[in-house]
Each structure stands twice: as C-alpha cells, then as structure tokens.
Design a protein around this ligand. Structure first.
Ligand code: N01
Length: 537
C-alpha cells in the first residue's frame, strides 16, 4: 500500500480543543510537520457536534478557555457567565483563525485505522477518504465524550418520527414547535435540553431511568463592568485555577461537614446553592470522601427539589437516592425542576416500568405507549475509551487497542500505552481529563508532551512506549485514588457502567490537575521513568 507523500512528523486525530492546541504547539514550537484529521467540517469538537437547545458548558467561560496566551484572553469577550454552545464554537473558530490552524486540518475526514510499523518506526494511518498517511507520532485528540451512545432499543427502525441524539444534533434548525417530544436520559445533556424543549413542544415526556442531582447554574449576561473586571484579573484567575484541583478557582470549603455546627453546614450549602454551579460540591471539604458528609449535601438538594416541584409525587420521583451526590457528574441547569410544574410536561419513571420497545408512533413503556413525533436520545457516550476504540488501532505484533482495552483501559499517565509506540492519548484514561476543567487538562497534557518530544528528538530516540509494569502500576494508583472517594458508588460513565460489556473501572485520575502535573513532571525529571525508548537505527 502506498502512502501519500513522505512520512509526516505527526498526525493528530480530532480538531477540538485538544487537537487545535496540539497542532499549534507541535507545529509552531517544535517545527513539526503536522496534519490534523477531523470528522466535522470545522473545528470545535464537542462544541461543533452538541448543538442541542440549551447546550452550554458547566464550567464558567472565564475558566473554560485556553490559558496559554494573555493576548487571546484580552481580545476575546465572554458575553455570559456560562456561554452557550454557539459562543464557545465561535471562540474555537476564532482560535483557529488567529493561529492559522485550518490550513493543517483535513475536515470531513475520519481516521479509520492506524498500524504501527516497527521497521520504519512510523504509523500508517488510513482515512475515510481512502488516503493513507505515514507519521512518526500519532496523537489522539479524539476527545473523551465524542462517541455517542445510542442504546439498542427494539423497534427503533420502525419509528415514523424524527430520532435525534444530543451529541449529534442536526446543523439545520430542528422544529420542535407544537410537536410531541419524548426525551430519554436525564444526565447533563438531558437536564439542559428538557427545559428548552418544554418551552416549545406541544407535549414533552421525560423518560427517566435514574434521577440526577443538579444545581442551578445561575447563568447571567456579563455587564460591561464584569468584562472589564475579569479581563483585569486574568493573570490572577489563571494562576488560581492552575493551583486548584478542578482547574477552576473555587472558594475553599469551610471545613469537614461534621466539624461544623448544623447552622454552619446549612449556611455553606445555602451560600453555594445561591451562587450556583458545580462549585456546590465544595460545600464541605469531605463531600466527596465521606458518605455522611455527602448525605447532608444530597438531602439539601432533595429538599430544594421538594420545595420547587409542586406535585409531591413528581418531586419524589425526581429525587436521586441511588447514588451519592457528585458520584455521577453533578449537573448544572436553568429551570430544570421548575419545568416539571408545566402542564405540557410528564415525567415517566422507566426504572420501575422499563421501556419495552419503540413503536411506529412512540415509546412503549410497560403496556403504555408514550406518543411522540420526535424522540431525543440524551443517552450519553462511550466515554474516554470509545472514541479511540472505534478506530482500528494496531500496535506491536498487530495488537489491537480495542482488544487490549476490552479487559480494562490502560494508559500510563493517561497518555502512553504499552505495545503502542509513539501513540499519545491526550486526556486519555488515567488522566484528570473530564474530572477537571478539560481545557486545563488538555493544556497540561499537550505542554508535557511537547517537552517530551523535544527530549526524544534531542536524544535521537525513534520510538517510545509505556513500560508494561509502569502502566499497570498507574492503573492501580488511579483506581486506588478513586476508592478513597464516593465515585465508585454510582453506575456512572466514569466507570464505564453505561456501556454494556465495558469493564467496570474508574477511568479518570481523580486527585486533580496540580498533583497530576507534579507526577508527570517528576517522571520527566527522572529521565521519563516508566517509558521504554528505542534509539534510532
Ligand atoms: O450523558 P450521561 P450526558 N434507557 O451518560 C440515560 C458532559 N456534558 O450526555 O443514569 C433509558 O450523563 C441514563 O440513565 P442511567 C458531562 O461531563 C457536559 O447527559 O444510566 N435511559 C442517563 O440518565 C456529562 O456527564 C455538559 O440510568 C437511558 C442518560 O441517559 C457527560 O457529558 C452538557 C438509557 C445519559 O446521561 C455525559 O452527559 C452535556 C436507556 N437505554 C454533557 N441509556 C455541560 O457542560 C442511557 N440512559 C453542561
């Protein structure tokens, strides 16, 4: 098989926030010849695909943005506390134009397969347009939440209406006005889309399997004085967020729940609830590590649900009781619970009475058909491993990454995989990624990788891969850290529990970016401990 042209230095998979930053640094700072292969017709990744009504980030925009260029901070203005998808996409497009990234991105193309060739120490990369590229380094920036999960529900093909997935929302406007809509799923996506659909649909039926905890976002437009204020404080905002585990500056919690008086606990919860957003999880120092502390915060939220939702039965159905608060990703919303007070909204519990099948005209729940013109799947993703496992990646001796990860995802420091030389998995399993501000996670991983590639080049090293023992040790460490928290007590996508047959394993590194960075830097300082290097021939 012939490859198009000579081997490039790097192929990057994906032009979301990770792929764009990787391109910029590899090309502009290391002078590498890089091509990015992107499935969409433009940059933005998640923010290119997730165009559903209500889509916005649950991290405030002044944090959910690149930190690498103070000039970029000053020239870009965030119009809201939590900017909506179109503005985040416009920011990604602005970044692409500002740093002249598009010229090195192939849009509308996916990587279908990649094979390691030990003789030439290159990857051979196959793309959906039939091209074959050769490269020294294969950098996956395929994202953590980009492989949509469409559950295999019997009868879906028979449905005569429209089927939509929040993560693959059409680019042309979707008219939901006056239609009967059924939404399946009440995670972050469902909780954002439900209030928006309810405003226009003739009737909305929410099919809820597990109620989730959500905190009001308290989104608001930025006044000119807010803009002037945050722009003047960017250096401080950036340094505080880099020092914080979540990559977002947060007021320190007042203490451990049971070191506080009941009045102090209540005050902390009321203050954070009023401030809005996922920082609610910091009501106590031990919300995520002590079940009793967690139960106090969880009951506070349930009380807010009971206070908001007028029908007590509906309120109880919306109250999460099956998992600790925060063990599934905490959601943030605008008027989610209030939406269930509307006449045109019905909540159906599909845990006690499961969905049996989809019919021509709706969804059969038990023996009752929920009539629908549109079904919206807000059913999430095959997270963290799905995007790369969907590509046929073959390492040493034809080893398949999909097969390797089928018994448990392994990536040393979340970035390197034994048996897959010169493959780098940005925000991969075992890195803070989705458990922190993902843009900060991306920048840390890319910056570290750039230093590493420079070292490899200077040392005349042709190939590197994770040492098997170091990789195994890292997976154990990530797992042990998770078990110091309440995370493993929910059937969440963090654990792969939402995908049938996926091994149950806590995927992200949960101790935060500063400690992760310290480990990565100490590995580097120690001559890249845990990596196996092959010198150039
Ligand atoms: O997906 P999810 P998501 N029958 O997996 C239900 C990020 N994000 O797209 O819990 C019935 O969380 C499933 O039920 P259960 C964020 O990190 C961020 O909402 O498995 N129901 C669950 O209710 C987030 O965590 C933002 O019982 C079925 C829902 O579908 C991540 O993306 C916005 C089902 C899936 O929830 C994923 O969020 C959006 C079935 N067969 C997303 N299969 C913001 O920044 C699944 N479900 C704000």
């Amino acid at each position: 098989m012939s490859t198009s042209g000579t081997a490039r230095d790097a192929v990057v998979i994906g032009a979301g926030f990770a792929g764009m930053y990787a391109l910029k640094r590899l090309r502009d700072d290391l002078a590498l010849d890089v091509v990015v292969v992107e499935a969409g017709d433009d940059v933005g990744g998640t923010w290119y695909w997730n165009r559903y009504p209500g889509a916005r980030c649950d991290a405030e925009s002044i944090y959910y943005s690149y930190t690498f260029d103070p000039e970029l901070d000053q020239e870009w203005t965030w119009s809201e506390r939590y900017s909506a998808q179109p503005e985040i996409l416009a920011y990604a497009q602005h970044v692409a134009a500002r740093y002249d990234l598009r010229k090195d991105i192939r849009f509308g193309t996916t990587v279908t397969a990649a094979t390691w060739d030990p003789a030439s120490t290159t990857w051979t990369v196959h793309t959906s347009d039939g091209d074959v590229l050769a490269c020294r380094y294969l950098v996956s920036a395929a994202g953590c939440l980009s492989a949509a999960n469409l559950p295999d529900i019997a009868g879906l093909a028979d449905f005569r209406g429209d089927v939509l997935h929040t993560g693959q929302w059409p680019h042309e406007p979707v008219d939901l006005i006056g239609r009967r809509v059924a939404v399946i799923g009440t995670g972050s996506s469902g909780i954002q889309v439900i209030p928006e659909i309810a405003k226009v649909a003739a009737h909305l039926t929410v099919l809820q399997r597990t109620p989730n905890f959500t905190v009001p976002a308290r989104n608001r437009l930025h006044e000119p004085s807010d803009v002037a204020d945050y722009k003047s404080r960017y250096p401080q905002i950036r340094s505080e967020s880099w020092a914080s585990p979540g990559g977002v500056a947060v007021a320190p919690p007042p203490g451990k729940a049971y070191d506080l008086t009941p009045e102090q606990r209540e005050e902390s919860m009321r203050e954070r609830w009023a401030a809005g957003g996922s920082n609610f999880m910091w009501v106590f120092e031990d919300t995520m590590t002590d079940l009793e502390a967690n139960a106090v915060a969880a009951e506070f939220v349930r009380d807010r649900i009971r206070e908001t939702v007028r029908d007590p039965e509906v309120a109880e159905r919306l109250c999460p009781t099956s998992h600790p608060i925060g063990s599934k990703r905490i959601c943030t919303d605008t008027d989610y619970y209030e939406t269930f007070n509307r006449e045109n909204v019905t909540l159906v519990d599909v845990r006690t009475t499961p969905i049996r099948r989809i019919t021509q005209d709706g969804v059969l729940v038990g023996d009752t058909e929920v009539p629908a013109d549109v079904i919206v799947f807000a059913t999430g993703y095959d997270a963290m491993t799905g995007p790369l496992s969907r590509i046929d990646v073959r390492g040493v001796d034809g080893l398949s990454l999909r097969d390797k990860w089928s018994s448990g995802a392994r990536a040393y420091l979340g970035i390197a995989v034994a048996g897959f030389p010169n493959l780098f998995t940005l925000t991969g399993p075992g890195s803070p990624s989705v458990l922190a501000n993902v843009i900060a996670s991306i920048e840390q991983h890319v910056d570290w990788l750039v230093d590493y590639l420079r070292t490899l080049d200077e040392g005349g090293i042709a190939a590197t891969e994770a040492d098997q023992a170091a990789e195994e040790e890292w997976a154990k460490r990530v797992d042990a850290l998770a078990h110091e928290t309440v995370y493993p007590q929910a059937d969440s996508w963090y654990l792969g529990a939402n995908i049938e047959g996926k091994p149950r394993q806590f995927l992200p590194y949960c101790a935060g970016i500063p400690s992760f960075r310290e480990i990565c830097d100490s590995v580097a300082a120690d001559g890249y401990r845990g990596f196996v290097h092959s010198p150039a021939r």
